[in-house]
Ligand binder design. Structure first.
Ligand code: ZN
Length: 342
């Protein structure tokens, strides 16, 4: 026996010549009997659908209603399925799955933040830079099902931290960010992030000071992780990176408010120390008004430069044409003179 390719014609013939007589003659087949197919192209072609639907009512094969019910389970109407492209249907299904995930109270904790920065979460699909086990751990942490005691069903005893010097609730957030057991690892991670920030700011020509001692207006001492000054942009920043277990979309704002309350009273001292006017200390907004204005100016200049180049090119071309014309005229004149001489 060799392999046979099931073309549409062969499939329809099998239904008509083999299946139909079998259905008609078999006493065990009645209106409760189901005939199920998968999504192979020969199964879904129009000719096949017509053929099966003609047979349908006799043996309970209502494919249209089956299709509608399957689509309704995916929250897609029949009209949507017809009008939408494959890409749009896939996007819709992905969005629906994401919404279901975020609605889980425990396993969906912090998942809503994933959509905020797709670039940082691209590891979920491309797994770049992660070993197989690291990827499994990362997925477990993202869906909050890592084996920590605070997850229901993980322990029969206490939900408190298993480290002897710690009595906090053993949540993933606690283990990753606060527990004294991982203090060295937590510090090392913080320093890595700080280093990455510093190197990228340095490449953008910012003046950087690390671990800066500062004094608050009430006389208390603080230590800022990074002070970044840019004379060209007339901007200065106090940066204090913090790595938190992500819970909700408001978290970034909450942390920002907290950090501001710590470092804003130090700004007069820092202004004096680094000789930067007080108004230049701005909070980290993605694009300040001044920066926007500067970018506009830069773009204008670039456009003008481009136009100048184009004008130069056009002038060169015109000159060339004029020279050619002149040469042609001269040659004509010479030929005329020669003819006259003869
Ligand atoms: Zn602990």
């Amino acid at each position: 026996m060799g392999h046979v390719t099931v073309t549409l014609q062969r499939y329809v013939r099998t239904i008509q010549e083999f299946l139909s007589p079998q259905i008609a003659n078999n006493p065990l087949i009645n209106t409760d009997t189901w005939f199920q197919q998968d999504g192979a192209s020969s199964h879904t072609a129009r000719l096949r659908l017509e053929c099966v639907q003609r047979k349908g009512p006799t043996c309970g094969m209502d494919f249209v209603s089956e299709k509608v019910s399957a689509l309704s389970k995916l929250n897609i109407t029949t009209m949507d399925a017809i009008n939408w492209s494959d890409h749009k249907i896939r996007k819709h299904l992905r969005h629906e799955a994401f919404q279901t995930w975020t609605n889980h109270t425990l396993r969906g904790k912090g998942v809503i933040v994933c959509s905020d920065l797709p670039k940082a979460n691209s590891w979920v699909s491309n797994r770049r830079g992660l070993s197989s086990s690291e990827c499994t751990s990362a997925l477990k942490m993202s869906s909050n099902i890592s084996t920590v005691r605070a997850i229901p069903g993980r322990t029969l005893s206490t939900t408190r931290c298993r480290h002897p010097d710690c009595s906090e609730l053993e949540t993933l957030g606690h283990v990753l960010g606060q527990c004294p057991k991982g203090e060295l690892l937590i510090n090392a991670r913080h320093h890595r992030v700080r280093h990455a920030l510093v190197t990228s700011l340095k490449t953008l020509n910012w003046e950087i000071h690390e671990e800066v001692h500062c004094v608050s207006s009430d006389g208390s001492f603080r230590r800022a992780d990074i002070i970044a000054i840019n004379g060209r942009l007339k901007r200065a920043l106090v940066l204090d990176p913090t790595i938190r277990f992500e819970r909700n979309l408001n978290q970034a704002t909450e942390v920002d408010v907290k950090k501001k309350s710590i470092y804003e009273p130090c700004l007069p001292y820092l202004s004096q120390k680094h000789n930067v006017p007080l108004k230049q200390w701005s909070s980290l907004k993605p694009k300040s008004k001044e920066r926007k204005k500067e970018r506009k100016k830069e773009r204008k200049k670039e456009r003008q430069k481009g136009r100048k180049k184009e004008r130069k090119k056009a002038r060169k071309k015109e000159r060339k044409k004029e020279r050619k014309k002149e040469r042609k005229k001269e040659r004509k004149k010479e030929r005329k003179k020669k003819k006259e001489k003869f």
